[in-house]
Design a protein around this ligand. Sequence first.
Ligand SMILES: [Zn+2]
Length: 433
Amino acid sequence: MQQEQYIDELINFITASPTPFHTVAASVALLKKNGFQQLREDEIWNERETALPAGNYFVVRSLSSLIAFCWQGAGSNTNTIKPLQMVGAHTDSPSLKVKPIPVKLQQNCLQLGVEVYGGALLAPWFDRELSLAGQVWWLNGLGEEQSTLLDFKQNIAIIPSLAIHLNREANKKEGNGINKQTHLVPVIGLSNDDEELFFDTILKKQLNIDADAEITGHDLFFYDAHPPVRTGLARELITGSRLDNLVSCFAAVQSLISGEADMNNMIILNNHEEVGSVSTCGAQGSFLRDTLEWLVPEREKRLAMVRTSLLISADNAHAVHPNYTDKHDPQHQPRLGQGPVIKHNANQRYATSGSTAARFKMLCKKTQVPVQEFVMRSDMGCGSTMGPLTAAEIGVETVDVGIPSLAMHSIRETAAGIDCWYLYQVLQRFFRG
Ligand SMILES: [Zn+2]
C-alpha cells in the first residue's frame, strides 16, 4: 500500500470508529477479510489436547478490546523458543458518555445528560455539531437478549457556548471555568409539549426495533460529527477526532496483516486506557495474561517466550507546539512530520529503557524512518500510557512510542500524515523480522 492510499484508509477507519466498540468491529472486519479466525474466550481452545495449530487468530473481550495474532507455536525447547513481537495500543478516546437516564427538558430544549469520559479538553466541545454512537443491549419480543452497534452518523446535538455579552470574562484565562454537570449538557432538539420523552423511545426508533422491545443497557458516547480531514497548503496535516489513539490501532492492524508468515506476532488493542486501564478489558486487567496462558499453557515455556519478546506500546506523543515552545524541554522537542517519538520517563510513567529505546532506534534505522525522543520538562508532571501497565502485568520488555501530535485530547487533534505512514512502516518491519 502506498502512502496516500494508507492515509485515506486511515481516515476511513477513524470515521468508522467513533467508539471503542466500533474500533473493534472495524478491526475485526479487516482481520476477517485477511483470513484471521475468531477464537472465543468461552470455549476451551486446547480441548483436543494438542496446541493451537499455527495460523492467524483474534479474540475479542467485552466487545471493545481485541487481541490478534499470527501464531507459529512457542518452540519445543530452550534453543527453539520463538519470541513474540507485540504491539499495543488503545481503542478509547476522551469523550462525553450518556448517563443511564439522560433525557431532560430545560426551558423548551431537549437535552441528554452526560459524564465526562477520560481527560477531555472540554472547551473545544462547544459549538460543534455532535453525533452519538456506541453499543445498545435490548430484549426482543421473545425475551431474547440482543446487542447492537449504534451510530446516528449525522449531527444531532450541540453544546452552545454562553454569548460573550453574558460573560464578559470569557476570553480571560480565569473566565473559562466549565462546570461538567451544568455547562456541558448537549441539546438534541426542541419540544413544546411537556410530555415526557424517554431515551428508550429515541433508541428504538433509531435501531428500528419493535415498540414492545425493551432497552436493557447502553454505552453511548457523543462524538464530533465532522470526519477527520487533510489540512495545510500541501495537505500534509490530518485534523480530526480520536487520532489518539486510532492512528496506532490502524497501524497495528495493518502491520499484523502484512507481517511475515513464520513469525509469532501479536497486537493488543485495549479499551479504558483513558480512565486508568483497570477493568475487565483494560491493560491492567487479565486479557493479555489469559490469552498468553491459553496459547502456551506450559508456564516455563511461556515465561521464556515472554522474556525473549518485545512490546512496542504505541500511543500518541506531544509534538512541540509552535505557540507554546516553552512547554517542552529545549533538548526534546519532537516536531510534526519528523518521525515517531520514543517516550522516556525516569519514574517509569513510560516503560522505555535504554535497551528498548536502542531496539526501537535500530528498527527505525533499518526501515529508514527518522526517530525523535521525548522527555517531559523536569518541572512538569508526566502523563502515562498502557506500556508500563502491560510491562508490569506480564514482565515483557517494553518501549513506549507514538506519532507526534498537537491538541491531544481535544475533540479535534492535529498530526502529520507522514508520521502515520512512518509508524506503519516501522511496525510492519517489526513484524517482518
Ligand atoms: Zn493515548
